[in-house]
Design a protein around this ligand. Structure first.
Ligand code: ATP
Length: 286
């Protein structure tokens, strides 16, 4: 196979809790991850020669060796001694540095694609073991769907798909440093936390209203005071029919869940008119 077209899906966190800072500097987390139908196109094409080349449609993203898709291809091809020119083109739709694991997802898609293109016959688990070396969210992005993620995000328990609903994803035009958020969060002082157990039982019971009620992200305490636009977007969603609305990951992307498509469409119009967002999607869980 000379060319492979892949979809790299973004995720949102239905629940995000920070449990403790570990001696190695990472944080132990307790999260419910959900894939949404917003994806980057990742295309792998064999080239003459021996170089791995990355092309993206976004100037702010590196085309070099620090692109996670490059790192993924290089890692697997080196391990299996594959000497082959490869072009990786990425059409970005997932907000960059938005809290939706876009880089991890491009990385996961490239690992899966290289495995397929060169018949490496690695299982999903074997790809996930390698993926975690490149990023804590990479194993989840390989697994996909809905899952509890613990540890640094790599200890995964798959869950059934939550009940159907409409999801608005809104990325305001601000950049949040993940390092800043982790640097300022004090796990011992967190006053309110998500009830992950209640969330999981709502998902298993296919109860959208109970699920919406249980959405919670402890990182909002750090990010929202710095970027009031996040609260503005949440308020607009909540005042316009969202069952609930929270920030994803370390932000700044906000999502809202709706049971009514008309209200969701109305909210999208309103957010557009107010010019609060840089990227805006009306989508669904997958
Ligand atoms: P997370 O939710 O896992 O914290 P994020 O959505 O906040 O991730 P990403 O979009 O994954 O953030 O990007 C984080 C950083 O990774 C970016 O600042 C970018 O420079 C780098 N990066 C490397 N490769 C990629 C890629 N293919 N797509 C996006 N970012 C990439």
């Amino acid at each position: 196979m000379d060319k492979l077209e892949l979809k790299a899906y973004g995720k949102i966190n239905l629940g995000l809790d920070v449990i403790r800072k570990r001696p190695d500097g990472y944080h132990d987390l307790d999260m419910v991850m959900q894939m949404v139908d917003v994806y980057d196109d990742v295309t792998l094409t064999r080239l003459e020669g021996t170089e791995i080349v990355v092309r993206t449609d976004t100037a702010v993203l590196s085309n070099g060796k620090d692109n996670l898709a490059y790192m993924a291809a290089k890692m697997l091809m080196d391990e299996f001694g594959i000497v082959q020119g490869l072009e990786i083109t990425i059409r970005k739709r997932i907000p960059i540095a938005g809290g939706m694991a876009g880089g991890s997802s491009d990385c996961a898609a490239t690992l899966t694609g290289v495995n397929q293109m060169f018949n490496l016959e690695l299982s999903k688990e074997e790809l996930m073991e390698r993926g975690v070396r490149l990023g804590a969210d990479v194993p989840y992005c390989i697994l996909g769907g809905t899952a509890i993620a613990r540890g640094i995000g790599e200890i995964l328990t798959p869950l059934p798909t939550p009940p159907k609903c409409h999801v608005i994803i809104a990325k305001p035009p601000v950049s949040v440093s993940t390092a800043f958020v982790y640097g300022n969060i004090k796990p011992d002082e967190i006053e309110k936390r998500p009830d992950i157990e209640a969330m999981v039982s709502a998902i298993k019971a296919q109860d959208l209203y109970k699920l919406a009620k249980s959405l919670y992200n402890v990182m909002e305490d750090i990010t929202v005071p710095q970027y009031p636009v996040i609260q503005e977007i949440k308020t607009i969603m909540l005042e316009n029919g969202a069952l609930n609305s929270i920030m994803s990951g370390s932000g700044p992307t906000v999502f809202g869940l709706y049971d009514d498509i008309e209200k969701a469409e109305q909210t999208v119009k309103l957010l557009k008119a107010k010019g609060l967002t840089e990227q805006l999607y009306l989508t669904k869980f997958i």
